[in-house]
Ligand binder design. Structure first.
Ligand SMILES: Cc1cc2nc3c(=O)[nH]c(=O)nc-3n(C[C@H](O)[C@H](O)[C@H](O)COP(=O)(O)O)c2cc1C
Ligand code: SF4
Length: 523
């Protein structure tokens, strides 16, 4: 055995696991044993460059050297090339931080993901973790809240509501019990930022929730985790245990007079349970149905008590704001979209991955620059931004900056930052039909426009695709239906379903047998 063990990083991230990371880690351990080499394998999070996964990194005196994508069949040749010392090999990528995809990013929320051991509290603290909480503990609740307001952080779950304003409402509502609920349902198509945080740096979410609790006076927190994320459940629970043991959670946080603890609750696989009030119903053990608002959850939420509901990325952005200050965070971004957006690039794209950048980068810079075009090599036809309820954008709108207001001006949404790319084989009329079908399947059924209108929408699109009876009348009916859904739905599932439908018609009228994208009754 060599005197000093080499440290090798193999991601534990679900994306890397699905590409064989566990088998690669085992093969590295076995080959090391065979060669009498001592290795310490750290299962880190992913750097978010999924076309390179499983990406293996080794620690060398000159910094980390990456290799990827590594298959088990490559392991023997990696050892032969002395990769444990950073030796050259056809899969060698050099320093991961120097890969342009990563180097050009502004990683704040994702600062540690891929770098640390996600379940090591020591590693978290050694990389700047819990500095935000320490600062928050020395502040009054309203000071923390005003810092959040000044940062300009808006909710990353979809609606973009200012986090500090929501916290202020809960702070100012007197109650014997308050809650922090983290929305980790992440149901949008093409999104994975929440998952990457929870698997790759769960402490940053726990720290963010703890700061929120101290700010508003909450003592209990829940993470509502979608059941499809079993690996996130494992890392969250391991991190929660470590935080409790380290005194960062419990009845006397860091020896002071503040108490807070967090439990993870699993969802049951319904998209609507990501809507905050349906989520609260589900957390209370009931069927996930949307509640009427008011009252706002910030005033009467979980079990009728004041509750801050925030998305994973929103809460995971809190520690850096408290650590570096509101002005630092607010200096980034554009217009009213401040700080960084964690963009998730997926679908038919050459280089899918996680890209954290200040708001304001254009859609084209992401899709063509970072993404490198389609994986199939065919021309891009459309991208859907903001999940299944987001609009489809054609290439002519690729100069649109990622910014809540700029997207709204194009009748689209940034949502949770998911971008799904389609090549020129996509049939947009079928995508429009699918939007209605999705709404019909996922509708909670509480209000008529969504419950019934979604099914009627599928039927109208079927008739349009079949090129059947009076087409003008069909489009007029479709226009009326979309208007009813927009204005008559209780929540955004029904309310936003017209976005993908109408954007498909507006930008790709030929797919519907139309000369222009104008519909009777809409524009
Ligand atoms: C149908 C529907 C699904 C939603 N799914 C999610 C989700 O999976 N995760 C999430 O954070 N927010 C989701 N939202 C938004 C939440 O209702 C809510 O705005 C959010 O959790 C608030 O946190 P934020 O302000 O930090 O974004 C969804 C909303 C709707 C209408
Ligand atoms: S719009 Fe749909 S999901 Fe939302 S409350 Fe109405 S029926 Fe339920």
């Amino acid at each position: 055995m060599s005197a000093e063990a080499a440290t090798v990083y193999v991601p534990r991230d679900s994306g890397a696991l699905s590409l064989g990371a566990d088998a690669v880690a085992e093969a590295i351990a076995a080959e090391a044993r065979r060669r009498g080499r001592e290795v310490r394998i750290v299962r880190n999070g992913s750097r978010g460059m999924y076309w390179l996964e499983p990406m293996v990194e080794v620690a060398t005196p000159a910094g980390r050297i990456a290799y990827g994508p590594v298959a088990t069949a490559d392991v023997a040749s990696l050892f032969a090339a002395d990769f444990l010392s950073g030796g050259p090999h056809p899969l060698e990528l050099g320093s991961p931080e120097e890969i342009p995809y990563l180097k050009s990013q502004t990683r704040l929320t994702f600062a540690r993901v891929g770098i640390t051991d996600p379940v090591s509290l020591d590693d978290y603290v050694a990389h700047g973790g819990y500095r935000g909480l320490r600062r928050a503990l020395a502040m009054a609740g309203d000071q923390i809240v005003e810092e959040m307001v000044a940062s300009g952080l808006r909710g990353r779950g979809g609606a973009g509501f200012p986090a500090g304003i929501k916290w202020r409402t809960t702070l100012q509502t007197a109650a014997d019990q308050k809650y922090i609920v983290c929305n980790a349902d992440e149901g949008d198509s093409g999104t994975f930022a929440d998952r990457m945080i929870m698997e790759g740096d769960p402490f940053v979410l726990i720290e963010g929730m703890t700061i929120a609790a101290i700010a508003v006076g909450a003592t209990r927190g829940y993470i509502y985790l979608r059941s499809e994320y079993p690996h996130a459940l494992v890392s969250l629970n391991a991190a929660l245990d470590a935080a409790r043991r380290g005194g960062y959670l419990g009845s006397d946080i860091l020896g002071g007079d503040k108490a807070f603890d967090i439990e993870v609750r699993l969802g049951a696989g319904a998209y609507i349970c990501g809507e905050e009030t349906a989520m609260l119903e589900s957390l209370e053990g009931k069927r996930g149905m949307v509640r009427f608002k008011p009252p706002l959850p910030a005033i009467a939420g979980l079990f009728g008590k004041p509750t801050v509901v925030n998305n994973v990325v929103t809460l995971a952005s809190v520690p850096i704001i408290l650590d570096r200050g509101a002005a630092f965070y607010n200096a980034l971004g554009t217009g009213r979209s401040r700080g960084t957006l964690t963009i998730q690039l997926a679908g038919n794209v050459k280089r899918p991955g996680l890209i954290e950048l200040p708001f304001g980068v254009t859609l084209g810079e992401i899709v063509n620059g970072y993404g490198g075009g389609t994986a199939t090599g065919r021309p891009i036809r459309a991208v859907q931004v903001g999940g299944p309820l987001g609009a489809y954008f054609p290439e002519s709108l690729f100069d649109t900056p990622l910014d809540y207001e700029a997207f709204a001006a194009h009748k689209g949404l940034v949502g949770h930052g998911g971008i799904v790319v389609f090549d020129d084989t996509v049939e947009m009329a079928r995508m429009a039909r699918w939007a209605f079908e999705f709404c019909a399947i996922e509708s909670c059924g509480k209000c008529t426009p969504c419950r019934i209108g979604s099914t009627r929408g599928v039927e109208i699109l079927d008739r349009i695709i079949a090129n059947g009876r009076d087409r003008e009348a069909e489009f007029a009916l479709l226009g009326d239906l979309c208007e009813t859904l927009t204005h008559g739905s209780l929540c955004a599932l029904g309310g936003l379903t017209p976005f993908p439908v109408l954007s498909a018609i507006r930008h790709f009228p030929g797919d519907f047998g139309l000369e222009s994208g104008d519909l009777p009754g809409t524009n």
